[in-house]
Design a protein around this ligand. Structure first.
Ligand code: SAM
Length: 172
């Protein structure tokens, strides 16, 4: 368990655009991020060093196994998961991140009234997530108030004209 009290967690920061702006906008918050792909992790690390950002702790690995190992119960104010891989094929669905077990873990590390903020371009994935969120009985949906800059994938999907779905859930 890391003894630093993080306030914000991003899972799957990708190329790190959003993470860097989040860190700059919240200089007094301690931010953790978990990226599973090594090349992306290394790229973000370089970007953080180059920008002189001190308030981000970047982890390389699978969030599903790292969340219970590294984060305290009842500790985070916000978790961002923006454009998680949708794995649209049925035979690949087991790869999806936001299953009931993982949502239950996320609810456990959020403080009461802490927020889980999600975005996706996939209607199917959004419906699946909502069903899972309801099954955990740990969250209530609250109105989405954008407090972040565009992410890399958001720009890509917008350019392709895809509608984007955003959700905020508060831990009850
Ligand atoms: C579609 S990209 C979105 C990147 C970024 N959030 C954005 O909006 O530009 C999904 C990211 O999640 C990462 N990812 C997927 N599964 C993960 C897991 N189990 N743990 C940590 N990161 C994961 C991928 O490597 C990738 O960087």
């Amino acid at each position: 368990m890391i003894d630093t009290p993080f306030q914000i967690l991003e899972i799957g920061p990708g190329n790190g655009d959003f993470l860097l702006s989040l860190a700059a906008q919240n200089p007094n918050k301690k931010i953790a991020a978990i990226e599973v792909r090594k090349k992306r992790f290394q790229k973000i690390l370089k970007r953080l060093e180059k920008a002189g950002i001190q308030n981000v702790f970047l982890l390389w690995g699978n969030a599903k196994t790292m969340v219970p190992r590294f984060f305290k119960e009842d500790s985070l104010e916000k978790i961002y998961i923006l454009f998680p891989d949708p794995w649209p094929k049925r035979r690949h669905a087991f790869h999806r991140l936001l299953d009931i077990a993982f949502l239950t873990l996320l609810a456990g590390i959020l403080k009461k009234r802490g927020e889980l903020i999600l975005a996706t371009d996939s209607k199917d994935y959004a419906a699946w997530i909502q069903k899972n969120v309801e099954a955990t009985a740990s969250f209530k949906e609250v109105s989405f108030e954008r407090d972040f800059s565009e992410t890399f994938f958001e720009k890509v999907w917008k350019k392709e004209g895809k509608p984007i779905l955003y959700f905020s859930y508060e831990r009850v």
